[in-house]
Design a protein around this ligand. Structure first.
Ligand code: GLA
Ligand code: ZN
Length: 655
């Protein structure tokens, strides 16, 4: 059964409301309630003085209505006494100032003092609730970012990280190329995180920034591992996760989730969809990406239930169908649990207009009835959680590539995520399931490996991709692959795409970083014309055939996309960035050759995914647009309302 959950903050409401809230949630069909994540000041109002009676009572009330809880550790929000007594537990920002504790999430997750208190409160909780049947799972902290704190502990940590990696300053200076601008260190104490009021990464050494990002991401992973240990020490059977989002300082999710049992995500798709199908936002990539953290089904711990309005003014009202459509889209991409944010809109605090399911009036509303309809609908598929997405197409992602792109920008508007998203949307548009995979994952069982902008090439991956192609697989590489070494320095003395050259069967003779604003034309060998932008690699085939050539400027007629037969398989190299139709057509061609099942002709913005397994086979057709869409599928004509999801079971009927 797909579990339906609700995010609830009992400490924010008068206890006289708890009973009625619980009864109403249970009547709706809610099975798990996520609580406690920010409530440290109620658990330990004064240092060492613990009060869990209120939490016992809240759990008792919820359990009295047959619901279990996801217990959040409250470590995102230490009480103010901690900052008062131990200011060293506060983060320092990039200017070196301690942050002002007026919002949340101010703690330095590496501070030994903070860890002492965090461990104590989490230990108290875990001891108290260990093994209790009311506990469904644990959530660590909240929406962790990569650790960019610059306090003395974190600075020292960075130096230790580098000492362990390079051993000597000579090696470090050499690896980072510090001779440039007299950046050579003559003492370890000179090493700092990239900071300063003029923090402008464009002017900083990309090799330094790269190792700093790795250190920052490792810190977050270390913090998660530590918390996991604190819980498991008291409750070895505990099921533990943390809720992820995509903040400015992206962690390395693969490392972060390694010690956790299940991946989880806070799913807030946009509240207002653009009309332009070219600009259409698809949240499918985010969901498939989260599934990749553990390469299995995941949970959504915050699912959009009302228009948000906290970090920005309020969003427009949710369109009819949006609550249900987005929730089912998450299921369609592998979610087995959906916990909605939040039961009732806060009446106090910064998020008073970040709407939950119920508004301040506490009355059932249009969204409430829509959620009820969704829950009744999901109850018709009791074994849906015994299915998973199976894919023949892998889309490779690496945090290191992400960092490298951020640390040294390419042409204006060129973003790693855009490249991933374009390929992903191309697959969605053809009704093809995609698995996002970390670099180290096995490609066994896949027919196609999409490898966009693999800036930093590691020999190991190059060999595995060559091997994959030799044995019949299809690889797709794009521009800016094979440019850099593992330190984020440029590779010297070999034409691009560097170590991928043999596989790609072409070389880049020149490149033109035209930027995302400038549009040019491309013509495929089959005579189609496409708009391109952002980047143009001028390719010289070395055994590859030309799939498309530039149609303008001084390089008109020069190869832009090539196809190279390699062993039993092949490799496509895409030297530019194009409009969405280019990816749809290119991928359709490649999938046809590779024998990947697809459904060409889906209207833009319509997604088709499939879950299958012992629980049956389910196809999900989602109209992620604000217009009605007609879809022709295997001789059936289907009409979809805006944001509607249709589900097909083994019986074949679309419900
Ligand atoms: C995040 C947080 C929540 C809340 C919501 C509001 O996802 O985890 O606590 O602030 O945003 O949209
Ligand atoms: Zn710190």
């Amino acid at each position: 059964m797909i579990q339906i959950g609700m995010d609830y903050y009992p400490e924010q409401w008068d206890p006289s409301l708890w009973e009625e809230d619980a009864a109403r949630m249970a009547a709706l069909g809610v099975k798990v309630v996520r609580i406690a994540e920010f409530a440290w000041s109620r658990m330990e109002p004064r240092e060492g003085e613990f009060h869990f009676e209120w939490l016992d009572e809240a759990i008792r009330v919820l359990a009295g209505h047959g619901m279990r809880v996801i217990l959040g550790t409250p470590t995102n929000c230490p009480p103010l006494w901690m900052y008062q007594h131990y200011p060293e537990t506060l983060q320092q920002d990039r200017t070196g100032q301690r942050v002002f504790p007026g919002i949340r999430g101010h703690r330095c997750m590496m501070s030994p003092k903070f860890r002492f208190y965090a461990r104590r409160v989490v230990g108290e909780m875990a001891r108290r609730y260990a093994g209790r049947p009311e506990i469904f799972a644990w959530q660590i902290d909240n929406e962790l970012e990569s650790n960019h704190c610059t306090c003395p502990t974190c600075r020292a940590g960075f130096r230790d990280f580098l000492r362990q990696k390079y051993h000597t300053l000579d090696r470090l200076n050499d690896a980072w190329g510090n001779v440039v601008w007299s950046g050579e260190y003559s003492g370890w104490e000179q090493i700092q995180p990239p900071l300063g009021p003029d923090y402008e990464t464009d002017w900083m050494n990309p090799a330094w920034l790269q190792d700093y990002e790795r250190y920052a991401a490792a810190g977050t992973a270390d913090y998660v591992r530590a918390q996991c240990g604190w819980i498991r020490q008291e409750d070895p059977e505990a099921r533990i996760t943390t809720n992820s989002c995509f903040p400015a300082h992206l962690p390395d999710f693969y490392q972060e989730f390694a010690p956790l049992d299940v991946a989880a995500y806070d799913n807030y798709p946009v509240g207002a969809l653009p009309r332009d199908p070219e600009a259409l936002y698809s949240n499918g990539f985010a969901l498939d990406f989260v599934r990749s953290f553990k390469q299995k089904n995941f949970w959504v711990l915050e699912q959009l239930a009302g228009p948000t309005g906290c970090w920005a003014p309020m969003n427009p009202a949710m369109e009819p169908g949006m609550l249900e459509g987005y929730a089912l889209q998450a299921v369609a991409h592998g979610a087995d649990l959906l916990s909605f944010f939040r039961w009732r809109t806060a009446a106090t605090g910064a998020e008073m207009f970040c709407h939950g399911l119920l508004d301040h009036d506490n009355q059932p509303n249009r969204r409430y009835w829509e959620l009820e309809q969704l829950i009744r609908r999901l109850e018709r598929y009791p074994r849906l959680d015994e299915t998973a997405l199976h894919s023949e197409v892998a889309l490779l992602y690496a945090p290191d590539q992400e960092f490298a792109f951020q640390n040294k920008r390419q042409s204006p508007g060129f973003a790693y995520w855009t490249q991933l998203r374009l390929l992903h949307e191309g697959c969605m548009n053809l009704g093809v399931n995609v698995d996002v995979l970390p670099e180290t994952a096995s490609l066994e069982g896949y027919r196609v490996a999409l490898v966009p902008t693999w800036l930093m090439a590691r020999e190991e991956l190059v060999h595995r991709l060559e091997d994959f192609a030799r044995r019949g697989g299809t690889v797709l590489l794009t521009n800016r692959s094979g440019v850099k070494d593992e330190h984020n320095n440029c590779l010297l003395g070999q034409p691009l795409p560097g170590p991928f050259r043999a596989l790609a069967g072409c070389r880049v003779t020149e490149y033109d970083p035209i930027g995302a604003e400038r549009t040019q034309q491309l013509r495929s060998a089959s005579g189609q014309t496409y708009a391109i932008h952002t980047w143009c690699d001028l390719l010289e085939p070395e055994g590859a055939e030309v799939w498309a050539a530039y149609a303008g400027r001084y390089y008109a007629g020069t190869a832009a996309i090539t196809r190279h037969r390699f062993g039993g398989g092949q490799c496509y190299y895409v030297g530019t960035v194009g409009e969405k139709a280019l990816y749809r057509d290119l991928l359709a061609c490649l999938f046809r050759e590779a024998g990947v099942d697809m459904v060409p002709g889906l209207p833009p913005g319509v997604e088709l995914t499939c879950r299958s397994g012992p629980g049956g086979r389910y196809r999900f057709l989602f109209n992620n647009t604000m217009d009605r869409q007609t879809v022709h599928l295997e001789g059936t004509e289907l009409e979809l309302a805006p944001l509607e999801v249709r589900v097909q079971t083994e019986k074949g009927e679309w419900q």
